[in-house]
Design a protein around this ligand. Structure first.
Ligand code: SAH
Length: 251
C-alpha cells in the first residue's frame, strides 16, 4: 500500500483532510480517487489505514479506517557523522542510510573537506537532505525520518557525546589493528552507536588522534579503500546486521 506523510493528522470524527503537496501528489501525480486506500503517517509515529472519500485538486478527504501499529524500533540507535561530500554522493548517503534505519545524521566539515558551504547554502542543503530522508522514510516504511542536524565541524562534534551506553568509532582506512566487525562482536550490544566517516580525501592522522582522545575508537573495514559513501552505507548496514534489525528476529 502507498504511504503518505502529513505534518499532523487532525482527526474530525474518523475523517481527515489532506492538503498541499501531498494532496497534489495523490490526485494529480498518482491519479488516485474515491475508494483508493493508503497508509497515512505523521512522521511522529501515528499511522492509519485511510480510504479516499473525495479527491479534489486542493484537498483530499479521507476516512481513517483503523490505526496501524508502528513497526518496532531497532534495538540500536545509530548516529552517522558524515564529512560533507559532493552533492550527489552526500544525497546518496542520506537516502541509503535512511533506508537502513540510521537515526541521526550529523554532517560536518573537516581538514580535507572539498565542498564548502556558506550559511545560506548550508541551510538550503539541510532542507534538501531532510526532504530526501523523508522520502526514504516513506519508501522504506520507517516511522520517523532520520534527524538531519545542521552542518558542524569535526572538532565541535566529537565533544558532545558523553553517553555511557554508546559505542563510538571513527572509520579510518589506515587503522591496522582493529576492525569494525571484530569490535562489534567483542562488545556487548550498546544502545547507541556513533560512527564518523571521512570526506573523499580521508582524515589526517592528527584529526584521527584528536577524535581518539574524545573516546572514539579507530576501526578499519578491511584492506580495500572504499569511497566515503560506500563506507558510510556499509557501516550502517553492518551495525544493523550485528546489533540491530536487519533480520526478522529482533532482540
Ligand atoms: N584517504 C583515502 C580515501 C579516503 S576514503 C585516499 O584518498 O586514499 C573516505 C572515508 O571512507 C575515509 O575517511 C574513511 O572514513 C572511510 N573508509 C574508506 N575505506 C575504509 C576502510 N577500508 N576502513 C575504514 N574506513 C574506510
Amino acid at each position: 500500500m502507498r504511504r503518505f506523510f502529513i505534518e499532523e493528522i487532525k482527526e474530525r470524527g474518523n475523517t481527515c483532510i489532506i492538503s498541499g503537496a501531498e494532496a497534489k501528489h495523490i490526485t494529480r501525480v498518482l491519479r488516485m480517487g474515491r475508494r483508493d486506500r493508503f497508509i497515512l503517517m505523521d512522521g511522529k509515529g501515528a499511522r492509519f489505514q485511510a480510504v479516499i472519500d473525495s479527491a479534489g485538486r486542493q484537498e483530499v478527504l479521507v476516512t481513517l479506517e483503523k490505526p496501524l501499529p508502528a513497526p518496532p524500533h531497532s534495538p540500536v540507535d545509530i548516529t552517522l557523522c558524515q564529512s560533507l561530500l559532493k552533492s550527489r554522493p552526500m544525497d546518496f548517503v542520506i537516502q541509503k542510510t535512511s533506508e537502513l534505519g540510521v537515526d541521526h545524521i550529523f554532517p560536518f566539515s573537516s581538514e580535507r573537506t572539498v565542498t564548502r558551504l556558506d550559511d545560506n547554502r548550508s541551510a538550503n542543503r539541510v532542507r534538501h537532505w531532510r526532504e530526501i530522508a523523508r522520502s526514504a522514510t516513506k519508501q522504506s516504511d520507517r516511522v520517523t525520518p532520520a534527524e538531519i542536524v545542521p552542518l558542524s565541524s569535526l572538532m565541535n562534534l566529537t565533544g558532545q557525546w558523553k553517553k555511557k551506553d554508546a559505542l563510538k568509532v571513527i572509520l579510518w582506512e589506515e587503522e591496522d589493528s582493529k576492525d569494525l566487525k571484530g569490535l562489534l562482536r567483542a562488545s556487548s550490544p550498546a544502545k547507541h552507536f556513533i560512527g564518523i566517516v571521512g570526506p573523499e580525501g580521508g582524515f589526517s592522522r592528527e584529526e584521527v588522534e584528536i577524535v581518539n582522545e574524545a573516546g572514539f575508537i579507530s576501526v578499519s573495514m578491511g584492506r580495500r579503500i572504499l569511497r566515503a559513501e560506500t563506507a558510510a552505507i556499509t557501516m550502517v548496514a553492518i551495525v544493523q546486521y550485528e546489533w540491530g534489525d536487519l533480520s526478522l528476529n529482533e532482540k
